[in-house]
Design a protein around this ligand. Structure first.
Ligand code: OGA
Ligand code: MN
Length: 214
């Protein structure tokens, strides 16, 4: 990487760190190039064709259940220690961003978990928080979208509910446009996925402050 590219990257990371500290979320457009998105989408479609996706659930451990009234996406966990080749650029960039956030915001991120997610037309995920009652290690939710030319009429927006100091809330909606990364505080920000009207793909993950042993 050239020095200029590195400096530009640091500037983008700095902006993200500031936004997370100030507003609890940050959106980075163009985190992946069109070619990188395309290659990940091909991997997702190949995995789908060989049946490796499953309906996503809610809760964890003994509390795990599948509930089609709450969420209708299909997921495939990705091992970040041995990512599929198509995901390597994403993982490397995300790790560089994590190193920056740890250095500047003392977030103490020590582990990641990731899955591919696919919403078929009609898919949604009702309002929720990304932390479990007995497992609070998720600090930041990190979702990178893989859908070229997404328009408002395609539905599937991510809606964030941002608490205001006076107890009311503000909402913002984010289209799942290809290459866009959103980071938000897993503990603080409730969110939902509105009904998608076309296939909606992402790599969804969490940056955690504890290493999980299986
Ligand atoms: C999730 C989630 C949001 C999105 O998987 O927990 O909230 O935009 N995803 O895909
Ligand atoms: Mn979520």
């Amino acid at each position: 990487m050239t020095k200029v590219t590195l400096l530009l990257q640091e500037a983008i990371y700095e902006q993200a760190a500031l936004e997370i500290a100030e507003q609890g979320y940050s959106i980075i457009d163009g985190f992946l190039s069109a070619a990188e998105v395309d290659s990940i989408l091909q991997a997702i479609h190949a995995e789908e064709a060989n049946g490796s996706f499953s309906p996503a659930g809610i809760g964890q451990g003994a509390g795990f259940q599948r509930n089609r009234n709450i969420r209708r996406d299909y997921i495939r966990w990705v091992n970040h220690a041995e990512p599929p080749v198509s995901c390597i650029p994403y993982f490397e960039r995300l790790q560089a961003l994590i190193r920056y956030l740890n250095r500047t915001c003392y977030l103490g991120i020590r582990d990641l978990e990731m899955h591919f997610a696919v919403y078929q037309p009609g898919g949604f995920y009702k309002r929720h928080l990304d932390v479990f009652q007995h497992a609070q290690s998720r600090k930041l939710s990190a979702i990178c979208y893989l859908n070229p030319n997404w328009v408002t009429a395609d539905g599937g927006a991510l809606k964030l509910y941002l608490p205001r100091e006076d107890g009311t809330e503000n909402t913002i909606t984010v289209l799942p446009e290809a290459g866009r990364l959103i980071l938000f505080e897993s503990h603080a920000i409730e969110h939902e996925v509105e009904v998608a009207h076309r296939e909606r793909c992402s790599i969804t993950g969490w940056l955690k402050d504890e290493v999980q042993f299986f």
